[in-house]
Design a protein around this ligand. Structure first.
Ligand code: SAM
Length: 243
């Protein structure tokens, strides 16, 4: 059954109103008819089953027939701060990270970032990244689409760290298992997981992360590629909180 993500205001007590690109998808791609069933999610944890009642050029309305569909969201809100990698690796991180339950993605630049994006290029890339997140959220039956945020600077990332309940900084020279670092994190926490680019972090950045209150964590004994690291982290977090 096709899944559509709507703004909270599009979902009333009894009906859902779909607008924008999804109207074209329902009418032209799915060739839906009145009476067909769809799933709608308002991004705030309200997932409903609805029956299409009217199909117009600008909007589709559907009557809600079932509430409280099971949520597949992780019980912690994990933002992946991904050091901007080369080529299209970040698209892989966003697609797989969405399937693995990431709440949001925060690309950042640091000392060893190789990629340079001007504003225009970044805007275009971010639109594509957000589309990848939406498609992956639909495919994995998520209740919400993770937001891909604007690329931020290293300073910007350090300034954001205190906004999280737990900020984890993945550093390959750290010993110990990630599971140990997760044990004291309660469900409902906002967690930041920071992963470096291909070249990793400079020692000075590790110190600055620590000074910003981040917890330095290991992602195991092996050195992971930048595009593997966040996925390993999300898998461990899922194992810890979704057993
Ligand atoms: N310094 C690494 C090397 O020697 O190849 C390069 C960095 S690694 C390819 C990219 C990022 O993945 C690192 O900055 C770190 O955030 C994360 N990472 C990879 N393996 C890790 C591990 N075993 N423990 C913690 N973080 C790891």
């Amino acid at each position: 059954m096709q899944r559509y993500f709507v703004e909270p205001g599009q979902m009333s007590s009894g009906t859902v109103t779909i607008v924008g690109d999804d109207v074209n998808h329902i009418v032209k791609v799915m060739r839906a008819r009145a009476g067909d069933e769809i799933i709608c999610c308002n991004g705030l944890g309200r997932d409903v089953k609805a029956v299409i009642e009217s199909l117009g050029a600008e909007e589709v309305t559907a009557r809600i027939v079932e509430e409280n569909l099971p949520s597949r969201e992780m019980p912690v809100y994990v933002t992946i701060a991904q050091g901007l990698p080369k080529s299209d690796k970040i698209e892989f991180v966003i697609q797989k990270g969405t399937e693995l339950g990431a709440f949001s993605f925060l690309p950042f630049t640091s000392q060893r970032t190789v990629v340079k994006l001007d504003d225009k290029k970044e805007k275009k890339r971010r639109e594509r990244w957000q589309k990848i997140a939406k498609e992956a959220a639909e495919q994995s039956h998520r209740s919400r689409v993770p937001v891909v945020q604007n690329v931020c600077s290293w300073r910007g990332l350090l300034a954001l760290a205190p906004e999280f309940d737990y900020a984890l900084f993945a550093y390959e020279k750290e010993e110990g298992a990630l599971a140990r670092s997760l044990q004291d994190i309660p469900p409902g926490s906002r967690v930041l997981l920071v992963v470096g680019p291909e070249g990793g972090f400079d020692e000075s950045e590790v110190k600055e992360a620590e000074d910003a209150g981040m917890r330095i964590v290991s992602l195991g004994r092996r050195i992971l590629r930048t595009e593997t690291a966040a996925l390993y982290g999300l898998s461990c977090i899922s194992y810890q909180f979704e057993r």
